[in-house]
Design a protein around this ligand. Structure first.
Ligand code: PMV
Length: 361
């Protein structure tokens, strides 16, 4: 079994003076949700997600040799402009991964990052952002250790991304990614995401995700605080057991294409996630009135048309509307006619299942 020790960099032969890498990494949407964690970003339960295609972060990492004085040194640019308020999060990430990437202190970095989705759209950029940065760091490590295998490259990228933001480990490679130990999933790990091992049924090929931007404001409760509230949560144990059960169930569904079963698991997971927030202490509600309006409209439309459209939610008020590609036109028409009115400034983003991070430079 792969352990944390396997990710401590070794065989660092080369010492380049300077260089530049660029990667894009997508966002992802969980079908079975991760909510609750142990120390060192170890998830309390396994999760599975669809990788997105259009919503992504593009990050350029320039590096130049410096003396190792025991400190990290980096400048951070967002869309080409210095962004001081993002720095503490990156500093913390670098500190967490220092033991696995000791070479980082030998370089000064310029990290230049941008998102394809509108800033403060309420779409979490931490998953795509941390994944894109982790990919760049692995490109540097690969330069220092050219013998590195591709498998190790992606596994460690996911391992590092996880230390930045848990769900980021599911944004590295593959269309459907599992993160967290699960008895029935061979090679599944708490340490990194793995590609869903079986063939995905045609019903899920190019599956659509239209993200309705209901509330673009700052989240009242960060996911870090939310995860922590699962400690001593009265329903924690049942919830974690349910996630294991739902992961088993969705595994067969993704292979056999049963859309009715898919809808039931995915919507139940979304509502359970929010139920956990509503039943923690302190309790909180991230859904907005328009989130509920949209959910009810989707249920009504599905009942009337029998079109297999459903919703899921992140830790926020936005709604991800999921549906197969062959009903795209009807669903988009429904969204335009009946749901856009509930979005802030009528904004929504059309996305679909993607394949993972892409090396640009
Ligand atoms: O990766 P974090 O710590 O931001 O947590 C994300 C949690 C959810 O998005 C709510 C669920 C998930 O599995 O992505």
């Amino acid at each position: 079994m792969v352990s944390e020790k396997d990710f401590i960099a070794s065989n660092l032969a080369a010492t380049p003076e300077n260089g530049n890498f660029q990667w894009s990494a997508p966002s992802n949407i969980a079908l079975v949700k991760y909510w609750g964690k142990k120390a060192h970003q170890i998830p309390a339960n396994p999760s599975i997600s669809f990788t997105l295609n259009s919503c992504k972060t593009i990050t350029n990492l320039a590096f130049a040799k410096k003396e190792n004085d025991g400190n990290f040194s980096f400048d951070l640019l967002f869309e080409g402009q210095p962004k001081e308020d993002f720095k503490p999060k990156i500093q913390k990430f670098l500190e967490r991964i220092a033991i696995y990437c000791p070479y980082l202190k030998n370089y000064h970095f310029t990290i230049d990052t941008q998102n394809t989705f509108p800033h403060s759209s309420g779409i979490a950029s931490s998953a795509s952002g941390m994944a894109a940065l982790a990919m760049n760091i692995m490109s540097l490590e690969k330069t220092l250790n050219p013998e590195m295998t591709t498998e190790y490259f992606y596994q460690k990228a996911s391992f590092l991304a996880r230390l930045g933001s848990g769900s980021a480990c599911r944004s590295v490679k593959g269309s459907v990614v599992v993160w967290g130990n699960h008895a029935e999933m061979e090679n599944s790990s708490d340490l990194f995401g793995v590609e869903f091992p079986a063939k995905l049924h045609d019903n899920f090929m190019n599956f659509q995700d239209t993200i309705l931007l209901v509330d673009k404001g700052e989240k009242q409760v960060s996911s870090t605080v939310g995860h922590d509230l699962m400690h001593n949560h009265p329903f924690a144990e049942q919830r974690f057991a349910q996630a294991h059960h739902n992961l088993s169930a969705i595994q067969s569904v993704l292979e056999n294409g049963d859309l009715e079963a898919f809808i039931q698991i995915v919507e139940s997971e979304a509502l359970t996630l929010h139920a956990m927030m509503m039943t923690s202490l302190p309790y909180f509600i991230l859904m907005k009135p328009n989130t509920l309006e949209i959910i009810n409209k989707i249920w009504k439309f599905r009942n009337e048309t029998k079109i297999p459209i459903c919703f899921t939610l992140d830790a926020g008020a936005n709604v991800h509307v999921l549906y197969p590609e062959n009903v795209r036109e009807a669903c988009l028409q429904f969204i335009k006619d009946e749901l856009v009115g509930y979005c802030q400034n009528g904004q929504y983003i059309c996305d679909a299942i993607g394949t993972g991070a892409i090396n640009i430079l």
